[in-house]
Design a binder for this molecule. Structure first.
Ligand SMILES: Cc1cc2nc3c(=O)[nH]c(=O)nc-3n(C[C@H](O)[C@H](O)[C@H](O)COP(=O)(O)O)c2cc1C
Length: 175
């Protein structure tokens, strides 16, 4: 049975990425699937309507322009209503911040009193400033202690990743 007290949303990019070469599924997508199984809830995938380029360099240029403009890009799929008051949010660290489509998503849901559990993938900068970024833009949300995982570790060590996620979810009383 699916539970409705916890929502899961993730943004993740397949294609060429730093340290991992070209991947069929981004690290966040792999993590989201593990979280879905562990908490027994479905995840919503945050997908930008206009896909990011496959090339890492081109994606960097595209994402940087979007970030400088503080853009809220259109999403491919309609955002579902989030009635759960706990949200596990999986995203990569992009220059210490969230990818802009994640803001589009958060703008579309009711963040008043929402407990946000950030799960951030990165390649060296950890969770960066992302927790602070969320708190600043959504002051009515409650940003809970997060989890940071290296994308390259997630890609090569699924057992270790699954164990780290289980520890985190259990310490946060989400399972
Ligand atoms: C546009 C862009 C910017 C990034 N900026 C950072 C950064 O500032 N610090 C960092 O540690 N990793 C950075 N990374 C690496 C990603 O956080 C890392 O590859 C992550 O695992 C990607 O998750 P995904 O596979 O779910 O998309 C960046 C990657 C991209 C594509």
């Amino acid at each position: 049975m699916m539970r409705n007290d916890i929502a899961i949303a993730f943004f993740s990019r397949s294609g060429e990425n730093y340290k991992v070469g070209s991947v069929e599924r981004g690290s966040g997508a792999l993590i989201a699937e593990m979280i879905e199984k562990a908490v027994q809830a479905d995840a919503y995938e945050i997908v930008r309507e206009r896909p990011y380029p496959e090339s890492y360099e081109e994606c960097n240029r595209d994402a940087e322009a979007e970030r400088k403009a503080n853009d809220r890009p259109k999403l491919k799929d309609p955002v579902p209503e989030v009635s759960a008051r706990k949200l596990i949010l999986v995203y990569p660290n992009w220059w210490g911040d969230l990818p802009m489509p994640v803001y589009t998503f958060l703008d579309s849901i009711d963040t008043d009193g929402l407990e946000i559990y950030p799960v951030c993938t990165h390649e060296g900068n950890g969770i960066g400033f992302t927790e602070r970024c969320i708190s600043q833009v959504y002051p009515k949300a409650k940003v809970m202690r997060g989890l940071a995982l290296r994308g390259s570790d997630v890609q090569k060590d699924s057992a270790g990743t699954e164990a780290a996620i289980a520890r985190y979810l259990s310490s946060a009383s989400l399972i």
